[in-house]
Ligand binder design. Structure first.
Ligand code: NDP
Ligand code: MG
Length: 400
């Protein structure tokens, strides 16, 4: 096994406390959980930068509370909303536009970047943080799906380390505990809740609504990842994420459905031992692990009580009803440009489903058609990755 990008090199010191944080995607669900952790442990963090997207009002309220030196929003409309709602007393330096996130991710005043923008928009800031040698808490799995090969190379060149926020990958990171040799690891096993439609067939899935799909049984998350969880695309993206993070081929990464979301994933060693990570399904737990790594801190979530959970169950994923997981595996096998297509079509399709322009089962159909149309192209530079992403989005929109 190649070295994995989450293993902390013994020769590198973790940034001291208080760590200077930049939270990209501060106005989202992961941003909320991260700021709960930061608020509980003010002695450990200086909130240096908070970046939102379009929600200027929410970002203004966060800035009034956490008083970062820098803030960022996506566009002029959000800038105006931000300024209209910012109370007097503290005015951070405000940056506007996609390049603002790249600048914040790489700035000298920041030790730790939490990459939690949703979607492909997270790729450039994550790459910038990797090139700048930062400690990165990575929630934005899409950046590895788009350009895991480039992010790995950037981490290697700069000494940047990615700590996985995604609960499954955080569980694997803890189960690996520094082990990384080929001869020790048999496979990684990602758990999947199965989403709100587990057990249903394709005919049922044709009838489901946006609100049903948004109602995840165990996790409270943003809209896009909630739909990805309902289609099982989330597990497909996570499979690719795991391969990049841990330097493993996809055949060494399995998926098992576990509806209770208590076991967050497992590492199987060659001696037959399987190390599982268990916990209450709340993203504050993996976020706190990443932000304070290698130390542990208290987190305000209900303690896991196995006796009251009672039963943990496991089953095979249904790849006929939920083809997205199979499509992701095939895309990763097909070469580095296919996952970019998979992700771009998925993002457009999920947006269209949320806008009630297409049905639930149209999502995998559109992705499969997009992958079938794609002829591999060179994606060895960030510009090529972004060009393909933009082209596939344009084409998919046009076909809608
Ligand atoms: P949300 O939709 O709740 O939040 C998304 C954040 O990204 C918001 O701050 C939003 O800003 C911002 N944003 C959206 N588009 C852009 C853009 N074009 N440029 C800059 N910022 C943008 O998503 P989540 O917090 O649920 O998810 C974030 C990431 O973390 C995703 O990649 C997801 O897969 C991953 N993740 C999430 C988990 C969860 O439990 N939520 C678990 C594991 C991984 P605004 O709202 O101001 O427009
Ligand atoms: Mg996950």
């Amino acid at each position: 096994m190649k070295t994995y990008i989450s293993s902390w090199p013994a020769s590198v010191e973790c940034p001291p406390f208080p760590r200077r944080l930049a939270i990209l995607g501060a106005t989202g669900s992961i941003g909320d959980s991260a700021l709960k952790v930061a608020a509980k442990h003010p002695e450990r963090f200086t909130v240096t930068a908070l970046a939102g997207g379009r929600n200027g009002k929410k970002l203004a309220a966060l800035c009034a509370r956490f008083r970062p030196a820098y803030a960022a929003v996506l566009d002029e409309t959000a800038r105006k909303e931000f300024l209209d709602h910012l109370p007097t007393g503290h005015a951070p330096e405000l940056l506007v536009g996609p390049e603002a996130y790249v600048r914040l991710a790489a700035m000298d005043e920041v030790d730790l970047v939490l990459s939690s923008i949703v979607g492909a928009a997270g790729f450039e800031p994550t790459l910038a943080a990797a090139e700048a040698g930062k400690m990165i808490g990575l929630a934005n799995k899409e950046s590895l799906v788009l350009g895991g090969h480039l992010i790995r190379a950037a981490c290697k060149a700069s000494g940047a380390v990615i700590l996985p926020v995604d609960s499954e990958h955080n569980a694997l990171f803890q189960g690996l505990a520094g082990h990384g040799a080929d001869h020790e690891i048999k496979r990684l096993i990602l758990t999947a809740s199965g989403g709100p439609f587990r057990g249903h067939d394709r005919a049922f899935l044709e009838t489901v609504t946006r609100d049903q799909a948004l109602a995840h049984p165990n996790w409270s998350m943003g809209a896009k990842i909630s739909i990805d969880s309902a289609t099982l695309m989330n597990k497909g993206l996570e499979l690719i994420e795991a391969c990049h993070l841990y330097g493993l081929p996809p055949e060494m990464v399995g998926v098992v459905v576990h509806p209770q979301s208590i076991v967050h994933s497992l590492v199987e060693y060659v001696d037959g031992s399987q190390l599982a990570h268990l916990g209450t399904p709340d993203m504050q737990v993996p976020i706190a692990h990443c932000l304070c790594f290698p130390e542990r801190v208290t987190v305000d979530v209900p303690r896991l009580d196995l006796a009251s959970v009672g039963t943990l169950t496991f089953e095979e994923p249904d790849l006929d009803a939920f083809p997205c997981l199979r499509l992701a595996r095939e895309a990763f096998d097909a070469g580095p440009s296919h996952p970019i297509v998979l992700n771009a079509v998925n993002e457009i399709a999920v947006e269209a489903f949320l806008g009630e322009r297409i049905g639930f089962t149209d999502i995998p159909t559109m992705i499969e058609a997009g992958l079938d149309r794609h002829a591999p192209v060179d994606v060895s530079t960030p510009e090529a990755v972004l060009a393909l992403d933009h082209e596939v989005r344009r084409e998919t929109e046009a076909r809608l």
